[in-house]
Design a protein around this ligand. Sequence first.
Ligand SMILES: Cc1ncc(COP(=O)(O)O)c(C=O)c1O
Length: 441
Amino acid sequence: MATPINDFVKAYSKSGTVRFHMPGHKGAEFHGLEPLDITEINGADYLYDADGIIGQSESQTAKAFGTAATLFCTEGSSLCIKTMLGLVKLSSKAQRPVILAPRNVHKAFIDACILLDLDVRWLYPQTPTTSICCADITPAQFEKALSEDGIDAVYVTSPDYLGNLADIRAISQICKAHSIPLLVDNAHGAYTAFLKDSLHPIALGADMCCDSAHKTLPCYTGTAYLHISQSANAAFAQDAKRVMSLFGSTSPSYLLLQSLDLCGDMLASGEFSKQLESAVSRVADCKQKLEKQGWQLCGSEPMKITVCAAKCGYDGKVLADMLRCGGIEPEYSDVQFVVLMAGVSNTQADFDRLAAVLGSIPIKPPIDSDLPPVLPTTRQMPIRQAALQKGVSVDDALGRICALSVTACQPSVPVVVSGELITQDVVKILKRYSIFSVNVL
Ligand SMILES: Cc1ncc(COP(=O)(O)O)c(C=O)c1O
């Protein structure tokens, strides 16, 4: 167990060395963390050519996750997603590789398609959903889609924003049988590697996945991992740093690297797994209490509590405000749901407060959230070709082709993707997510 990045930075900050290098604060305290905020000085290694302290820390973390390689990232899963897809592009012979994906992708996926000129074959649930956040696709649907030619990779978002987990084990077996790499957006599931029975995509057979360390581990915002499995195409691990640097800043934050370094030590020591075990049981107890109070919950992710607000008589936005009045800030809300994300640092008192506040709110008859189902759209042209056009009001966009994909700030799942036709239903969903302007061709 080791914390090489922290050790180096601490020693440097105490050394009295005169800083004639970036950053401009020179280590003088202003916000408070400046003494520990350095750049790639002598001995501090390079994120994109890591063979020193960063490389050592990454190796320790890779061991903890059981991967062939784990890359630190200081620009979130957003950068890791672009990297995974960049690696697919690099390994594919196709001019415009095609990715098979359920429709509930994060916007970083669409951004990558624009930047890399990728095409997508979307999968939609057999029973249409009214939430853009989820897409319950059966393994049989993947099998059927992969029996057709022309797919270069499969990309799955799991867990989704509402806490639904895809059957990664079954999907990975299908992908392996077709020799197609499986990429997983596991932004919400870094912690799943440390459950008693791992639910982490790499353990379940994925070739690559991204984890936002900051979402579920005790890490600073912006920290993430790109994991590559032992059984993946060896070229992925070889080329990963080069491809990540294509999209990343040349000035990675050492504060974030220190955070990843400390966390890696905690993961490797088994301390996080211990804390997680207790936290999972606190969440399970709390879910049980809420269900006894009459609240309907959904999602199977062990550390997320998703309240089906509309089914219990509330617009999720209104219910979120009621929680705020009780001193609780949720992760996300929309007309149908309120999502609460728990972490190992949430105490029993936190869960007691949640149960007390929700317990004081009467359950009412379900309300109709008036959202049309998310149905297959009409694709008129490749994503990249459509992307960079002018903005108009949503009403004027009816019948036109979407240019830049449109997402609400949260959950950042696109309602309409570049190159698709904007129908009346799309206009309705955009307005429900408070989106009033859209770029069209
Ligand atoms: C499902 C999903 N994927 C990817 C991301 C991007 O992660 P990051 O914020 O770490 O860049 C998010 C962010 O919320 C997300 O919800």
